[in-house]
Design a protein around this ligand. Structure first.
Ligand SMILES: Nc1ncnc2c1ncn2[C@@H]1O[C@H](COP(=O)(O)OP(=O)(O)OP(=O)(O)O)[C@@H](O)[C@H]1O
Ligand SMILES: [Mg+2]
Length: 422
């Protein structure tokens, strides 16, 4: 286990870098102690994807530097979040024979996962995660921990997450340019789940949706297993854009108005309440009905909820989520999102953020807001990496997953091309 864990969350609107030290809680379980956080506005990122490597690299550098200054330590490696519409997911099956005398071993599990991972991929796509959903031992399904079971045959149902090689390589470059190795690339909704879901929700059946600025990332968990992931091209920027179009004002003005006056609870707003804003082509400010602004936001928010419902229906999960939907990410803070979700979808909906009960000490108020759930979740993903590796992750023989090896190699290769940072 590493002594320090760092996370880099490269979002459409902000970049967040966190550093923590691995410690133990009072009961001897692994825990984290926050050392530093660095946040910088994003540049060169669109809809969760790097579109301008030099700009994004500079922005990532700013956040790393802030975090290093606060934490008093250089960041050498980090868990890095990945999202964007280039992400693809599918379920796959793998099988491994088992030596009945020794019973199921970790190597058998690796072989089964390797089999599941061996899927035909379109050109320019590669595997990011191979996550075991469930194990079957000699026909006995739903085995939680197969190691040591006497058997002839081990099967795994795995969830495969793939991404575009170009998008991955651009993301890697922005981090590697600062001399930071990538411990793992982590699909953002998987990180968010670590921070916001309660174990009971994950067991019963729940969908977590990280609603950011440019994307909304959905992950479904049933019986503690990841079943489905979707990255949707919609987020807070779309809401802001609608306000900008509705008022004919600049995006920045619309963003400010959304944050200050936006609400999805129009019944709580007096019909005559007005908001003043600068609009294009006029020197002085104009007044608008706050209700009108909230109606614009509500129309888009309902569309977003319906889109989520459609995705869950298409994948066959809409009726399998007794714990409903947990919304997180900056956009979920728009007042009334959970109420709107409940009335539109007819299922439990709550807004979630990192909880003070997580095994992390020193979380600032900032980090306890939904905007930072994915960033905090990346740290937890790192903390739980070892436990997960035993039965959830594809582990190549000794010393890390193949993606880690790939990343390590890519980062080294890139670093060889880039000037040293002192
Ligand atoms: N209090 C708030 N009320 C409404 N919206 C908010 C609030 N705070 C932040 N937002 C919105 O949340 C969005 C940013 O969310 P977040 O920080 O989770 O995105 P990101 O991680 O940068 O982007 P992404 O994950 O989509 O790549 C912006 O659209 C912003 O306007
Ligand atoms: Mg985000």
């Amino acid at each position: 286990m590493q002594e320090f864990i760092s996370a880099i969350d490269i979002g459409t609107t902000k970049i967040c870098v966190l550093a923590a030290q691995v410690t133990h809680d009072g009961l001897g379980k692994l825990a984290l102690r926050m050392l530093g956080e660095g946040v910088a506005p994003s540049r060169g990122i669109r809809r969760g994807v790097v579109v301008d490597v030099p700009e994004a690299t500079a922005a990532v550098g700013e956040a790393i530097e802030k975090c290093e200054q606060e934490g008093g330590r250089q960041i050498l490696s980090a868990y890095v979040g990945i999202a964007g519409s280039h992400i693809g997911t599918r379920n796959s099956r793998g099988v491994s024979p088992v030596d009945r005398r020794s019973g199921v071993t970790g190597a058998d599990m690796q072989r089964a996962l390797e089999g599941a991972r061996a899927i035909a991929l379109p050109e320019n796509q590669e595997v990011i995660h191979t996550i075991a959903r469930s194990w079957t031992v000699d026909g006995e399904t739903e085995v939680q921990q197969p190691v040591g079971m006497s058997a002839y045959r081990l099967e795994v149902d795995a969830h495969i997450v793939t991404g575009s090689s170009t998008a991955i390589s651009n993301l890697v470059q922005c981090v590697a340019a600062h001399g930071v190795d990538i411990d793992d690339l982590v699909l953002e909704p998987l990180a968010a789940n670590e921070a916001v879901l309660r174990p009971e929700e994950r067991r019963m059946g729940v969908a977590v949706v990280d609603m950011g600025g440019g994307t909304s990332d959905l992950a479904v968990f049933i019986d503690n297993a990841l079943c489905h992931t979707v990255i949707m091209d919609m987020g807070g920027n779309h809401l802001t854009n609608d306000v900008a179009v509705g008022l004919r004002c600049p995006f920045e003005t619309a963003e400010e108005i959304k944050l200050r006056y936006g609400s999805l609870l129009p019944e709580r707003i007096a019909p005559d309440e007005t908001v003043w804003a600068n609009v294009f082509g006029e020197k002085s400010e104009r007044s608008f009905s706050r209700r009108f602004i909230c109606d614009v936001l509500e129309a888009r928010a309902m569309e977003m909820m319906e889109f989520i419902a459609d995705k869950l229906t298409d994948a066959g999960f809409i009726d399998r989520l007794p714990a409903g939907i947990v919304l997180t990410g900056g956009c979920s803070q728009l007042p009334g999102f959970a109420d709107l979700g409940r009335s539109t979808l007819g299922m439990p909906v709550r807004v979630g953020a990192a909880q003070p009960s997580l095994p992390i000490s020193g979380l600032t108020r900032n980090l306890l807001s939904p905007s930072y759930a994915t960033s905090v979740g990346l740290l937890l993903w790192g903390l739980h990496e070892d436990a997960r590796a035993v039965h959830r992750r594809f582990e190549a023989d000794h010393g890390g997953s193949s993606s880690q090896k790939w990343m390590g190699a890519a980062a080294k290769w890139l670093k060889a091309l880039l000037p040293d940072r002192d």
